[in-house]
Write a protein that binds this ligand. Structure first.
Ligand code: FRU
Length: 482
C-alpha cells in the first residue's frame, strides 16, 4: 500500500491507531503526569475482530504516543470494554509498595449453537505506569447466571461511602455493584426500565458527579450508549440522565431521552478517572464512528478515530439540567490565531480562503432578519459540508451529502438535525480535521460530531445567509500553529 493511501483521511488532532481496527475508548485514567487511553483494538485487521486493549499515552490529550498492546485475549475470552483506576490506598492488595493502576474489563467468550456467549468482569494490574500488566489470578471476579449482555464495567471511588462503585451494562439496564477491594462485588441496584431510550442494547455506562454552572448545586450524570438497531435510522448513539446517587441507587430527574450528541459519530464515550482535584475537570472522549458503518468507512490500513477530549459540566436551562461540553483548553496551543472577526454584517456570502489541514472557528451570530444562515465548509471546490440554521424549523442541520466519499452507507448522507429554542443568538465552535467536523453550539449545549471523507480538509469557509442578514458580532478563524 502506498503511504499516500495509508495517510489519506488520517487526522492531525484526533487519536487514530497507526494500523488496524479500533473502537471504544477504554481504561481512561490520569496517573503521574500522563493521560492513558486504552481502546478496543484488533491488531490483525481493519474490521472488528477478537478484542485486545490497545494503549496510548499523552501529556495533553491531543498528541498521543501509541504503546504496545496492553491486554491480550486469554482462556477467559477476548478483552471487551472497561475502565481503569488508580488504587491509591492499596485496597486491592496489588500494591504493597506504591500506588498503581487496576484495569477492570469484560472477558467475552464466544458462544456456540448450543451455548450462548459468556461475559464476565476481570482485573489486571500494572506497577509500571501501564506499560506491562498482570492479570489477576482469581479472574473473573463477577459473572451472571443468565444475562448474556453483561459488560463494560466503569469503576470509581465513591468517597462518601468509601466504596468502589461499578456501573455495568446489563441488557437494557445499568446495574450498580459495590466493592471495598475491587475483587469482591455486591449488587446494589438496577436502573433503566421505562427510562430514556430503549432503541437498542445499553452499553458503556459512566456515572459521575458534576457542578451545575454558576451555582453550588451538584448533579450526578449517568451516560449510557445505545447499540445500533437496524430498525431505526440513527445507528448507535449516546444518551444521558441527570439525577442523584446515594452510593447505592441512581435516581433520575426525568424519564425523557436526552442525547449527548446529535451527530452520528460519537459513541461509547466515557470519562477519565483520577484527574487531580486541583484540576477538577471531568473530561471525556468518544469513539468517533457509528456501528452502522464503522466497518465500512473508506480508510486504508487503519480504521477509526476518537473525538477530541471535551470537558463536561451541567447547565441549568429553564427547569432543565443539560450536560454541556467544551473542547479542552489544551487544544488551543495547536492553533495560532489567524483572523479576528468583529461586527460584520453578512447578507449573502462572505468567504475566508485558506488551505489548511485543520481549522478552528468560533463565531457569535445575531440574526438580523435572515430566514436561513450558516457555514459552508469547502473541503475542495466540489466537496463541502454545510451547517444551516433555519428560522422556520428553529433547527440546525448538518448536511454531508456533498462532503466527499459517502457511498459506503445509506445512512451516512442523511441530514443531522437539532431542534433549538431559537436561532436569534447563536454561538458556535467548529473544529475541522482531515476527516471530521466537530460542532458545538451555544457554549456547548448542543454537540454535533460528524465524520467526513473529503479529498482535502479545508480550502475555505463561507458564512452565508438567505433572505436577509446576520451580524457576526465577534469570532475568529484560526489554523494550525506551524
Ligand atoms: C460498544 C461495545 C461494547 C463492547 C465492545 C466490544 O461499542 O459493543 O459494549 O464491550 O464494543 O468491542
Amino acid at each position: 500500500m502506498t503511504v499516500d493511501l495509508l495517510e489519506k483521511y488520517r487526522p492531525k488532532l484526533h487519536f487514530a491507531p497507526k494500523q488496524n481496527w479500533m473502537n471504544d475508548p477504554n481504561g481512561m485514567v490520569y496517573f503521574e503526569g500522563e493521560y492513558h487511553l486504552f481502546y478496543q483494538y484488533y491488531p490483525n485487521g481493519t474490521t472488528w475482530g477478537p478484542m485486545h486493549w490497545g494503549h496510548a499515552v499523552s501529556k495533553d490529550m491531543i498528541s498521543w504516543e501509541e504503546l504496545d498492546i496492553a491486554l491480550y485475549p486469554d482462556e477467559h475470552g477476548t478483552i471487551f470494554s472497561g475502565s481503569a483506576v488508580v488504587d491509591w490506598n492499596n485496597t486491592s492488595g496489588f500494591f504493597p509498595d506504591a500506588p498503581g493502576l487496576v484495569a477492570i474489563f469484560t472477558h467475552h467468550l464466544d458462544g456456540t449453537e448450543e451455548k450462548p456467549s459468556v461475559q464476565t468482569q476481570s482485573l489486571a494490574f500494572s506497577h509500571d505506569k501501564g506499560r506491562t500488566w498482570t492479570k489477576y489470578e482469581g479472574n473473573p471476579v463477577l459473572g451472571h447466571e443468565t444475562k448474556v449482555d453483561f459488560r463494560d464495567p466503569k469503576v470509581f471511588w465513591h468517597k462518601e461511602t468509601e466504596k468502589w462503585i461499578m456501573s455495568l451494562a446489563t441488557g437494557q439496564t445499568i446495574t450498580f455493584y459495590s466493592s471495598t477491594n475491587l475483587i469482591d462485588w455486591k449488587f446494589e441496584s438496577e436502573f433503566g426500565e421505562g427510562m430514556g431510550s430503549h432503541d437498542g442494547v445499553w452499553e458503556c455506562p459512566d456515572l459521575f458527579k458534576l457542578k451545575v454552572e454558576g451555582s453550588n448545586e451538584e448533579k450526578w450524570v449517568l451516560i449510557v450508549s445505545i447499540g445500533d438497531n437496524p430498525e431505526f435510522d440513527q445507528g448507535s448513539f449516546t444518551q444521558y440522565f441527570t439525577g442523584s446517587f446515594d452510593g447505592s441507587t441512581f435516581t433520575a430527574d426525568h424519564d425523557s431521552i436526552k442525547l449527548l450528541d446529535f451527530g452520528k459519530d460519537n459513541y461509547a464515550g466515557v470519562s477519565f478517572s483520577d484527574i487531580p482535584e486541583e484540576d477538577g475537570r471531568r473530561i471525556y472522549l468518544g469513539w468517533m464512528s457509528n456501528w452502522r458503518y464503522a466497518n465500512q468507512v473508506p480508510t486504508e490500513g487503519w480504521r477509526s478515530q476518537m473525538t477530541l477530549p471535551r470537558e463536561l459540566t451541567v447547565r441549568k436551562v429553564g427547569q432543565d439540567y443539560k450536560v454541556v461540553q467544551k473542547l479542552v483548553k489544551e487544544l488551543n496551543s495547536y492553533f495560532s490565531k489567524k483572523e479576528d472577526i468583529h461586527d460584520v454584517i453578512v447578507d449573502g456570502t462572505k468567504t475566508f480562503k485558506m488551505d489548511e489541514s485543520n481549522v478552528d472557528l468560533d463565531l457569535n451570530i445575531e440574526r438580523v432578519d435572515a430566514e436561513q444562515f450558516g457555514i459552508t465548509l469547502h473541503h475542495t471546490e466540489e466537496q463541502h459540508t454545510t451547517i444551516t440554521f433555519d428560522q422556520e424549523k428553529n433547527a440546525l442541520v448538518v448536511d454531508r451529502k456533498n462532503s466527499g466519499a459517502i457511498d459506503f452507507s445509506d445512512m451516512f448522507s442523511l441530514d443531522q438535525e437539532v431542534k433549538l429554542e431559537n436561532i436569534d443568538d447563536i454561538q458556535l465552535r467548529l473544529v475541522v480535521d482531515s476527516s471530521s467536523v466537530e460542532l458545538l453550539v451555544n457554549e456547548g449545549e448542543y454537540s454535533v460530531t460528524s465524520l467526513v471523507y473529503p479529498d482535502k480538509a479545508c480550502e475555505g469557509i463561507s458564512v452565508f445567509t438567505s433572505n436577509g442578514a446576520i451580524k457576526v458580532t465577534n469570532g475568529y478563524v484560526s489554523s494550525p500553529s506551524k
